[in-house]
Structures are given as C-alpha cells and as structure tokens.
Design a protein. Structure first.
Length: 295
C-alpha cells in the first residue's frame, strides 16, 4: 500500500485554548462530526467478495496500519510537555485503547477465519461484521490522532524527525516506553537532561569503542581504517557532551549501520546493547530541546 507522506508537527510551548470556562467531561473529547447510522458496507457483497475482503484485511493489516501506529507512538514518545493536559490525556488514552483493540482483533480474526467454512454465508458474515467494526474503530481513532497532531504537535525539529525517520512502529513503541521510564527515574525532565549531559561520557566512549572493535574484526578491513575512533570522537575524556555533538555522533552511527556489512555478530550485539542504552539518553536530550531547553 502506498504510504502517504507524513508530517509530524509538535508544539510543546502552548496548548489549545478552552472555549468555555466550565466544561463537562464530554467537552474534553475531540469533537467528532455527527455521523449518520452506518450502513453495512458489505451488505451487497457476494460470498466470494466477502471472503476476498476478509483475506485482504488479514494479510494487509500490518502494512496499512503502520502509519497510524507509528504516529501514535511518536506522540507518546514526545508527550512529556503536554501529558498532563486533560484534553490531551483523555484523547490519547482513547486512541491507545483503540490501538489495543485493533491489534488484538487482527490476531484473533486470523485464527477465527482459519476455522470458518468459507462456503457458509452465516459463518463468513460473522467475520465480516467484526472487520466492519474494526474499520469503524480505526477510522474514529485515526480522526482523533489527526486532531492531536493539529492541536498539539507543530514545528518539530529536524533532528527529532531524523532520529525517528527509519524506525518501525514497534521500535517506536518500545523506545517510547523505555524513554518515558528513564525520565520517571528523575524528579523531572530537566534533572534527567542535566544528569545525562554531565554523566554520559563513559557510556559514549564504550559505545564508540564497541563499534570500532566490531569494524576491526569484520571481514571488510577498510571499514576499520576509515571509521576509526577519531572519526567519532576527538578524545577519550568527555566531561560533557553538547547538543550538536550528540546529533553529529548519532548521524555517524546511523550512517555506519546503514553502509557497513559483514561484521561479527557477537561483536555487533555488544555494540547494539550499548547503543540502545545511549539512544534512550539521546531521546531525552531531544525531548528537552523540543520543550525549549538550552535556550
């Protein structure tokens, strides 16, 4: 399926203004346009068409839902500055709950359909009804997600976009969870930032050395010559690491990981473990600067 171009805009400096001084809980939900009672979209389908629709839905769900889940986990990853806003909280929880329903449905429908008699109209209709419900759930959740983008997320920095550009939805899901857990270990984001700013030197050096070692033991010896330690860092002694240095280092990491091959798996796994720890810290830095830190 052709993926639409995604634009991720984040505004963390302000929040939408309430139109009313007092509001009912329902007023905090994203206002959906009144929808007429849904007509069964598959009412006129023949049995063969219904079976074809079911097969297509099951086979293509992961691909067609990827942009939705990627957008959702991107918002969750960068939500630190707005997560306490009641309207945002209610809406993101609603979308998140829908995402769980959709994931579970995609798994159970596949199992259920395998045991269905494809020639039995009643059995096939049961699956079709569930697919129709999933599509409705997805449509409403996606509309709320788009609203959250428009209302809260504008002008995300190019560095943040670059950091998430090549990540799959499942990678963003895990990253968002781990980064948010890391921030929770501190009193607030600012404390997390300054701790990382001053005390990441040892991890940075270990990560770079692990990658260099990985390249040195690989089959392509030219990598070790070109991408030696000095390619990444000027010194073994890092007292603090500036924002621009974080960006430059991770740009180099990404370039090397894309362009090199034939490395020893064991050595790469050692580097990967260190890289993932360092990447979580990098995203705390990015989130801090998205909130206007460092000005």
């Amino acid at each position: 399926m052709k993926r639409n171009k995604e634009v991720i805009d984040i505004t963390l400096s302000g929040q939408p203004k309430m139109k009313k001084a007092q509001a009912n809980l329902g007023d905090f939900y994203h206002e959906m346009k009144e929808i007429k009672k849904d007509k069964d979209p598959y009412l006129e389908y023949s049995l063969d068409q219904k079976n074809e629709k079911i097969t297509k839905f099951i086979n293509e769900f992961d691909n067609t839902s990827e942009p939705f889940f990627k957008r959702l986990y991107t918002i969750i990853l960068f939500q630190e500055g707005i997560k306490k806003d009641l309207k945002f909280k209610i809406n993101i929880e609603q979308v998140y709950n829908s995402s769980i329903i959709l994931k579970e449905a995609s798994k159970t429908l596949k199992v259920e359909y395998e045991s269905v008699d494809k020639a039995n109209v009643e059995e096939v209709d049961v699956i079709i009804a569930k697919i129709s419900a999933c599509e409705k759930e997805f449509k409403e959740a996606n509309a709320i997600l788009n609203y959250l983008y428009d209302a809260y997320f504008r002008n995300i920095k190019m560095t943040s976009l670059a950091a998430i550009k090549d990540k799959k939805a499942y990678e963003l899901e895990g990253l968002a969870r781990e980064v948010n857990d890391l921030i929770k270990n501190y009193n607030n984001l600012e404390h997390a930032y300054y701790d990382i700013y001053y005390y990441s030197g040892d991890l940075i050096v270990k990560t770079v050395k692990a990658l260099v070692n990985c390249l040195e033991k690989g089959k392509n010896k030219s990598y070790a010559t070109i991408y030696n330690y000095s390619y990444f860092l000027k010194s073994d002694a890092i007292l603090n690491f500036e924002f621009k240095e974080w960006i430059a280092l991770f740009n180099k990491f990404k370039f090397i990981m894309k362009t090199t091959s034939n490395v020893e798996l064991y050595d790469y796994l050692q580097f990967s473990e260190l890289y993932q720890k360092l990447e979580k810290r990098y995203f705390v830095i990015l989130i801090f600067y998205e909130l206007g830190g460092g000005r």
